[in-house]
Design a protein around this ligand. Sequence first.
Ligand SMILES: Cc1ncc(COP(=O)(O)O)c(C=O)c1O
Length: 370
Amino acid sequence: MTEFSSRLAASLVPYVPGEQPKDKKYIKLNTNENPYPPSPKVKAAIENEIDNLRLYPDPDAEKPREAAAEYFNKALGLTGSDALTKNNFFIGNGSDEILALICPAFFSGSKVAFPDITYTFYPVVASLFEVPCVSIPLKDDFTLDQDAVKNLPDDVAGMFLCNPNAPTGAAISLDEIKSVLEADSSKLIVVDEAYVDFGAETAVGLVNRYKNLLVVQTMSKSRQLAGIRCGFAVGCEDLIHVLDTVKNTFNSYTLDRLGNAAACAAFEDVEYFDKTRKKIAETRGTVSAELTKLGWDVIDSKSNFIFAEPPEESASAKEFFTELRENGILVRYFDKPRISSRLRITIGTPEDMETFISVVKEIMEEHAAR
Ligand SMILES: Cc1ncc(COP(=O)(O)O)c(C=O)c1O
């Protein structure tokens, strides 16, 4: 900080993303990236777009919005008034950017709520827009306190609800989401579905029924495009219009030309999307079963990571984090109240996860022998 820092800048505590190591090659199970490459159709689409890079991209990202509407109408069987058009979609430079734009668009001058254990970017981005936060503690078993969520204080404009939640991986059902939406239609419920494609139910099909629902998804996880930075919000046209207005006062071109091309191709290659997300869900099942056999407590996950606690008599989560790293495997450890006894482990390829399990066994044997 310098004497030139604004009062706001001086007060900010930035988000700390998972490590992207530069010293050597690791098995990366720390940032919930997809272990498989993007669809070959994405590669072809990017190559085709390169010569157009001298031109600005479409500021409205019409093509990916149309591709998204087509994908969801087909995948969810949406017809009649439920059917989506491009006007139900907003595209951002990663879903983090959308979560940021949501603050000035809907929460400025009010407060935003979210669970005490959830994606740690929410409080960070709220602080940038000076939106005070209200924490809603999860229950002891890390499930959502439905009563608290349905009775948000009057001065709260809405909430971020991550489903499946991060870092727990636990999901709530569509019926539970509906009951939250119906409990108080004056609160905007932002459902962050970054990981929904790995096993939870999406609320996208409900956006034309509930005017207080905004769903946020990303191409970074289930569609292998973390490096492209493309996220999207789905909501009724009025909500999307507000996001557009805020975006166009800040940066008209959120998604570059390569991103536009890649996003369309990724939405179109449904076969590849389904094949890879199924493989990850299968590997998650195998890894969860193996860790459970070794005495770990693994929360039932519907995402591409698991949140697991080593047995008490073994090494601590922090020790596992350090020793796995020494063995070339990165996982995520949060030194925070309520969750410091657990590790968040991204699901990699079956081969990566076999290596992970064998190193875990070695660490456990070594600690048992001490
Ligand atoms: C819950 C959640 N939401 C949103 C994001 C942001 O994803 P992106 O900005 O890559 O779209 C992440 C990234 O890890 C996440 O975990």
